[in-house]
Design a protein around this ligand. Structure first.
Ligand code: NAD
Length: 500
């Protein structure tokens, strides 16, 4: 990684002194066996999307580097330096990582905001979430119990939870730090070792966390990082010596990951894209619902897997609801994530902005009408104005495809059956939101929704205790909660005959 130029955003916006030093003497790009090394693959330029300027240049991991990282993780697993220590020592070390992250919260917030473009307040929430996820799973190290089995009485039979071995964690750019911890923390708690591959578009917080974990006392080789684009991810997912591949990203890449991982009998979990519906009934608290719909689609400029990118409003309140939504959206401020008072940051890259603008164009071709937005503002960085479409035909691309940008498609419905039918009418099944004051209706409609999570009279609540994941085109497997403990460990049955 080469040092940044003096015109970096870090020089233009208020950031911590340590952030400045991190960017001035950045990590070389790979963390393998406890050592930071330069990759031998192609150099990737990591951008500050708020200014469309280079932030760092990172030499990617080659397939040989990936193999080196997996071998380091395997050696660290096999010699028991992590899986073989007492569970309360693993718990203590994970809390030490969380303590260090708390100490460096400001630096991680700066880095996450600079690298992804998201407003600083949102980046700070991400860092806080990462800390609580690490602490939650630290606790599981000493609490994942087995059981005694009522086998024939002359035998003693019991189960224990065993680590899997080496886990690959391939992550996207929209929530680099929290999504890494969704995989890393349960893996570490259960005694596994990890090779993580962050997105080439936002790798800084992952590299910083690997450095921090070593400082906190995590043994060498337990948490390795390789960086680079699809070729690095593909080399990792297809490595023959993995015990699990945990992937978060697009549905299209998820298929490739599954295919690559099938080269060996490896467990795979896929957290994929979404096209989540936010359903508002006429009996809902309109003010609260509008706020929730706005958070659901404008947070992180709509680049959220659970973005409530389809709004379904009961016919009788459709026009009033849209009017309120549009007037409150007009008040939002676009800008660089580190500038003051910004509500919506840029998209991650020129490519992402192009894809979002293409979807906007296609929605117009399909007959949809933009009641706000629909254009790119005249400012540096990869910005697109928050856009609300009405009169959207059910088959339109903005209804069926994940846009991953600040674009909301609004439709109306007549009754519960139609709301459920429209909500379930895409290939995805990640999440849904439901606003009503009728508990019976919430229960009926909620049961009909095909989604991994249904939020009622709220939206987008994440917590380490709440299992999260999708169905259908949104993937399978669950992260967070006790489900994750089971996904990063395996049941071992021991049968003992005391008097053979
Ligand atoms: P992406 O699929 O392009 O990339 C995700 C990761 O996979 C990156 O690290 C990338 O470098 C890597 N990759 C690319 N090609 C690969 C290959 N052939 N083999 C292995 N790895 C490869 O996704 P993205 O653009 O980074 O992120 C946006 C997508 O992620 C959206 O679809 C979003 O919905 C999804 N997402 C899902 C969740 C969830 O929990 N369900 C959370 C966040 C994001």
């Amino acid at each position: 990684m080469t040092p940044p130029t003096p015109t970096q955003a870090a020089d233009l916006y208020p950031v911590a002194d340590q952030t400045r030093s991190f960017l001035a003497t950045p990590p070389p790009g790979q963390v393998i066996g406890g050592t930071e090394v330069r990759g031998s693959g192609p150099v990737v330029v990591d951008q500050d999307p708020g200014r469309a300027q280079p932030l760092a240049e990172i030499a990617s991991a080659s397939p040989e580097d990936v193999d080196h990282a997996v071998r380091s993780a395997r050696a660290a697993f096999d010699d028991g330096r992590w899986s073989g220590i007492d569970a309360d020592d693993r718990e203590r070390l994970m809390h030490s990582i969380a303590d260090h992250l708390e100490r460096d919260r400001e630096v991680f917030t700066d880095l996450e905001s600079l690298d992804t473009g998201k407003p600083r307040e949102q980046a700070e929430e991400d860092v806080n979430e990462a800390i609580s996820v690490i602490r939650y799973f630290a606790g599981w190290a000493t609490k994942a119990e087995g059981s005694v089995i009522p086998a024939p009485s002359r035998l003693l039979a019991y189960t224990t939870r065993e680590p899997l071995g080496v886990c690959a964690a391939i992550t996207p750019w929209n929530y680099p730090l929290p999504i890494l911890t969704y995989k890393l923390a349960p893996a570490l708690a259960m005694g596994n070792t990890v090779v993580a591959k962050p997105s080439e578009l936002a790798p800084l917080s992952t590299l910083a966390l690997a450095r921090l974990a070593l400082e906190a006392g995590l043994p060498d080789g337990v948490f390795n990082v390789v960086t680079g684009a699809g070729a690095t991810g593909s080399a990792l997912a297809g490595h023959l010596d993995l015990d699990k591949v945990a992937f978060t990203g697009s549905t299209a890449t998820g298929r490739l990951v599954m295919e690559a991982a099938s080269a060996s009998p490896t467990r795979v979990s896929l957290e994929l894209g979404g096209k989540s519906a936010h359903i508002v009934f006429a009996d809902a608290d309109m003010n609260a619902a509008v706020g929730s719909v706005m958070d659901g689609i404008w947070t992180n400029a709509g680049q959220v897997c659970i973005a409530g990118s389809r709004l379904l409003v009961e016919h009788s309140v459709h026009d009033d609801f849209v009017e309120l939504l549009v007037s409150r959206t007009r008040e939002l401020k676009l800008g660089h994530g580190l500038s003051q008072g910004v509500d919506i940051g840029p998209l991650i890259s020129a490519g992402q902005k192009g894809r979002v603008l293409d979807h906007i164009g296609a929605a117009r071709t399909d007959g949809a009408r933009a009641v706000i937005g629909g254009t790119e503002p005249d400012m540096p960085g990869h910005f697109v104005e928050p856009t609300v479409f009405v009169n959207v035909p059910p088959g339109s691309v903005v209804v069926q495809e994940e846009v991953f940008g600040p674009v909301l498609a609004v439709s109306s419905f007549k009754d519960e059956d139609e709301a459920v039918r429209l909500a379930n009418s895409t290939q995805y099944g990640l999440a849904a939101g439901l606003w009503t004051s009728d508990l019976g209706r919430a229960h009926r409609v909620g049961r009909g929704l095909r989604a991994g999570t249904v939020w009622v009279n709220t939206y987008g609540i994440f917590h380490p205790t709440l299992p999260f994941g999708g169905v259908r085109g949104s993937g399978f497997g669950r992260e967070l909660g006790s489900d994750a403990v089971h996904h990063y460990s395996e049941t071992k049955t021991t049968v003992l005959d005391p008097s053979p």
